[in-house]
Ligand binder design. Structure first.
Ligand code: CMX
Length: 143
C-alpha cells in the first residue's frame, strides 16, 4: 500500500539559510513553507525539476525538545526521514503493526499541508525513520 515516495526529509539548523543553499547551489525551488507547532518544526518543501516526483523537505527545529532538535544534537544536519504516500494512513499503519513494526502514534497526526501522518520507529525499519503520508483530500474509507 505504499504508493510512491512522497518526500525525503532533511534536518537543518536554519531554514532560511538552507532554502537559500538549495536554491542557489542546487537550483531547487521552494514551493511551500509552514510551521507545524505540534511537530515542533518550521518546514519547507522544495520541488525537484518539473515537480512531478518526490520533493525534498527541509526541517528546522522550533524548540530544543523537538524531534528535529534532538536529531541535530545527536547526528548533526542531514537525512532524517523517508516519507511514502499512502491512500489511507490508518490502514497502512494497521498493516505494518500487524507485521510487528512499532508505529509512533496510536492515531494519525497532522503533517504538511493538511496531510495525515504516522511514523515507523527507525529501529524497526533498518535505521530509517519511515513516514506514512495520506495527502489532504484523498478518499478515506469510513468517511
Ligand atoms: N533516523 C534514524 N535513526 C534515528 C532517527 C532518525 N530520524 N532518530 C533517532 N534515531 C535512532 C537514534 O540514533 C537512536 O539509536 P541508538 O539507540 O542506536 O543510539 C534511537 O533511534 C533512539 O530512539 P528513541 O530513544 O526511541 O527515540 P528518540 O528520542 O531519539 O526519537 C524518534 C526518535 C524517531 C522517536 C523521534 O524523532 C520522533 O518521534 N520522530 C517522529 C516525529 C518527527 O520526526 N517529526 C519531525 C518531522 C515532522 C514532519 O515530517 O512533518
Amino acid at each position: 500500500e505504499l504508493l510512491r515516495i512522497d518526500h525525503v526529509g532533511i534536518a537543518v539548523a536554519d531554514l532560511d539559510e538552507a532554502i537559500r543553499f538549495y536554491g542557489e547551489t542546487l537550483g531547487l525551488r521552494c514551493v511551500h513553507q509552514e510551521t507545524n507547532d505540534e511537530q515542533g518544526v518550521r518546514e519547507a518543501m522544495l520541488a525537484v525539476g518539473d515537480d512531478t516526483g518526490p520533493r525534498i523537505q527541509l526541517l528546522a527545529p522550533l524548540r530544543p525538545d523537538s524531534a528535529i532538535a534532538k536529531f541535530l544534537d545527536r547526528s548533526g544536519p542531514g537525512l532524517q526521514q523517508l516519507a511514502y504516500t499512502v491512500a489511507d494512513v490508518e490502514a497502512a499503519a494497521d498493516a505494518l503493526r500487524a507485521r510487528g513494526l512499532r508505529l509512533l502514534y496510536d492515531t494519525p497526526r497532522r503533517g504538511t499541508a493538511g496531510s495525515r501522518i504516522n511514523f515507523v520507529h527507525p529501529k524497526d525499519a533498518g535505521g530509517v525513520l519511515v513516514e506514512l503520508v495520506e495527502p489532504a483530500g484523498v478518499h478515506r474509507s469510513g468517511d
